[in-house]
Design a binder for this molecule. Structure first.
Ligand code: ADP
Length: 260
């Protein structure tokens, strides 16, 4: 049957237009909610180190400064809180730039072996203090070339290796593994630490999510490390997966495009 209604076409167009606008409004609402939640989280997180530093400094002003031992202890504590604040602000800037898509990845041919060895060197003291050994196992003794943003992928590897040491046991072992997977390289970072209980596993990539709040904060964590990792890998079209067994350890895995 031929449609004789002259308004039918106009009607359809209006319908499509309204549906599109509704979608835009929904997206704006979602963004606004995200922005508000983000701001609330951030102010909460910023308050902790600020209040702590303030507390130590005021106690010093109120007289603690006269006792040499107490003075040194409180100054060191205040400095540590401010270091934490510094790390938090740096991670926040990095994360917000990644989330708004402000950063452009600079893809080039990078050698994962070299990057990992550099990170091991940088973390040597930290690992040594925990009697943790850092090991690299690779299908190939020399360079392992992938297509990546060198600086960002270094951050990904650093965050994961640092976490493995930080949350691992004393006398632990952290192993980075490169496997040949045809067109990609499968990277894994494994520790033999206490693991992550299954109910937390799906949430650890959320910003500020911590399995054990106090323990993570004690260890100088900002709660943003894994959120940053996920975003950077996303920009590399790589998905990160995690497998963990309580009391056995945790393994993070992702794939990067080969570039031999
Ligand atoms: P944080 O700055 O607190 O380390 P992350 O985003 O890097 O934040 O990690 C989120 C949480 O995931 C940590 O607080 C910790 O509870 C948990 N986690 C991360 N890596 C490991 C690991 N290798 N073993 C056990 N728990 C881990």
């Amino acid at each position: 049957i031929k449609n004789t209604n002259p308004f039918k076409k106009l009607n359809d167009e209006i319908f499509v237009y309204v549906a599109r606008k509704q979608k835009e409004i929904d997206e704006l609402k979602r963004l606004e909610l995200f922005r508000r939640e983000f701001l609330a989280d951030v102010s909460h997180e910023l308050k902790t180190p600020i209040f702590a530093a303030q507390g130590f400094i005021h106690t010093l002003i109120d007289g603690a400064v006269d006792d040499e031992k107490v003075r040194d202890k409180f100054l060191a504590k205040a400095a540590r809180s401010l270091d934490g604040l510094d790390a938090l602000v740096k991670d926040l800037v990095a994360l917000s730039q990644l989330e708004t898509g402000e950063v452009r990845m600079n893809f080039e041919r990078v050698d994962l072996t070299h990057i990992t060895q550099d990170i091991f060197e940088q973390l040597e003291k930290f690992a040594h203090a925990k009697q943790t050994s850092l090991q690299l196992k690779s299908f190939h003794a020399g360079p392992v070339w992938v297509k990546a943003d060198a600086q960002r992928i270094t951050q990904v590897m650093t965050n994961l290796i640092e976490n493995a040491v930080k949350y691992g046991n004393e006398n632990g072992r952290v192993q980075v593994n490169f496997e040949d997977d045809k067109k990609s390289i499968l990277v894994s970072i494994r520790d033999d630490g206490p693991g992550i209980p299954p109910e937390h596993l799906s949430r650890i990539f959320e910003r500020f999510y911590r399995v054990e709040k106090s323990r993570s904060k004690d260890r100088g964590g900002t709660g943003l490390g894994l959120a940053i990792v996920k975003h950077i890998l996303n920009a590399h079209k790589a998905k990160i997966s995690v497998m963990s067994k309580v009391d056995r350890g945790t393994t993070f895995r992702f794939k990067l495009e080969r570039m031999d």
